[in-house]
Design a protein around this ligand. Structure first.
Ligand SMILES: [Zn+2]
Length: 285
C-alpha cells in the first residue's frame, strides 16, 4: 500500500497531530515541532509526550515526520544566527529522538551574500557540530531538495551529495520535494526526465538514502527557481509527474506528504487525486 498523507497542524498540543491526521484519512503525517517562524521554544510536558506516543500507536499513522523551523540557516556567515540555528536543530532533534519520530526534514540553508561553496562549507561545519552533540538512534536527519530560491543550498543533486558525504555513518538522507525539484530544473513530469532524475539520485546519493517525498504541484513554470506549491494536477507539473513517483518500484515504498494549500477540505481532495493515480496490478486469470 502506498502511504499518503499531509502536513498537519501541531498547534495546542503535539499529540493532536494524530487526531488531525485521522480526520483527513492520512496514512502518514508531517508537522512542525514549534512555530516555524518564531524562535520561541515550548518545553513539552511528560504527559504531552506520553499522549503523543499513545496516540501514534492507536492510530497506526506511520511514518511520522517532523519539519524543522524555517528560521534556521546552517549556512549563515553570521556567527550569532548560525549558533542559534545549530542550537535550535539540536533542541528539535532531541525531541524527535524522545518521541521516536522517524524523519526530521530540514532546509540546509541559504547562501545570502556569501559564495555557495562557502555556504556548503558552513552547513557541513554546522552539521558536524550538531552530530557531535547528539547521536541519532531513531530519527533520520533528511536534507530537503530545494528550488534554489534566494540562494538556497540543496537545489542540485550534486550539492546534496556534497552535504551528505561527510556524514555517511550518521542517520542521514534526503527528502525529495516534487515542486522544488521541478522548479530547480528537473523535468520529472516526462518519462525521460523522471528516469534521469532517479538515476542521478541513485548514482550520486544512493536511492536507499531517499526516505520521504513531499508531494506538491508547482504554481510557477519549469525551472523557475521559485517555491510556490499548488494543488495536485493544477500546477505546471500536472498529474503525470505524480503518476511516475506513485508507481515507481522504489518511490512507492516511501511516505508521500502533501504540503499544498490547506483551505477547506483540500487535503482530502489532494489525497484522493494521488490515490487515483496509483495503478493496481492486473488480477491474474
Ligand atoms: Zn520543506
Amino acid at each position: 500500500m502506498v502511504r499518503i498523507g499531509a502536513h498537519v497542524s501541531s498547534s495546542k498540543s503535539l499529540d493532536l497531530v494524530f487526531d488531525r491526521g485521522r480526520e483527513i484519512g492520512a496514512d502518514t503525517i508531517q508537522f512542525f515541532l514549534s512555530s516555524p517562524r518564531s524562535w520561541h521554544w515550548k518545553e513539552r510536558s511528560g504527559e504531552e509526550k506520553e499522549l503523543f506516543i499513545k496516540k501514534r500507536k492507536e492510530t497506526g499513522i506511520s511514518p511520522v515526520i517532523a519539519h524543522s523551523s524555517y528560521l534556521f540557516n546552517l549556512a549563515s556567515s553570521d556567527p550569532v544566527l548560525r549558533k542559534k540555528s545549530i542550537n535550535g536543530v539540536i533542541r528539535e532533534l532531541k525531541l524527535c529522538e524522545e518521541l521516536k519520530i522517524d524523519y526530521y526534514v530540514i532546509h540546509a540553508g541559504k547562501s545570502k551574500g556569501i559564495k555557495e561553496s562557502e555556504a556548503v562549507k558552513n552547513i557541513i561545519n554546522s552539521v558536524t557540530e550538531i552530530f557531535s552533540k547528539i547521536k541519532l538512534k531513531h530519527t533520520f536527519f533528511l536534507y530537503e531538495t530545494l528550488a534554489g530560491q534566494k540562494g538556497e543550498i540543496g537545489k542540485t543533486t550534486d550539492e546534496l551529495a556534497q552535504l551528505m558525504e561527510p556524514f555517511k555513518k550518521e542517520k542521514t538522507g534526503v527528502c525529495v520535494d516534487t515542486c522544488h525539484i521541478y522548479s530547480a530544473g528537473y523535468k520529472i513530469n516526462e518519462e525521460e526526465g523522471f528516469n534521469s532524475y532517479k538515476s542521478e539520485l541513485s548514482k550520486k546519493i544512493g536511492l536507499e538514502n531517499v526516505k520521504v517525498v513531499h508531494c506538491n504541484d508547482s504554481k510557477t513554470p519549469f525551472n523557475s527557481k521559485k517555491d510556490r506549491h499548488e494543488h495536485i494536477g493544477e500546477g505546471s507539473i500536472g498529474y503525470e509527474g505524480f503518476e511516475f513517483f506513485l508507481n515507481d518500484e522504489y518511490f512507492k515504498e516511501l511516505p508521500f506528504i502533501l504540503e499544498t494549500p490547506k483551505t477547506a477540505d483540500w487535503d482530502i481532495k489532494n489525497m484522493e487525486r494521488l490515490r487515483k493515480l496509483i495503478r493496481t496490478a492486473p488480477v491474474a486469470q
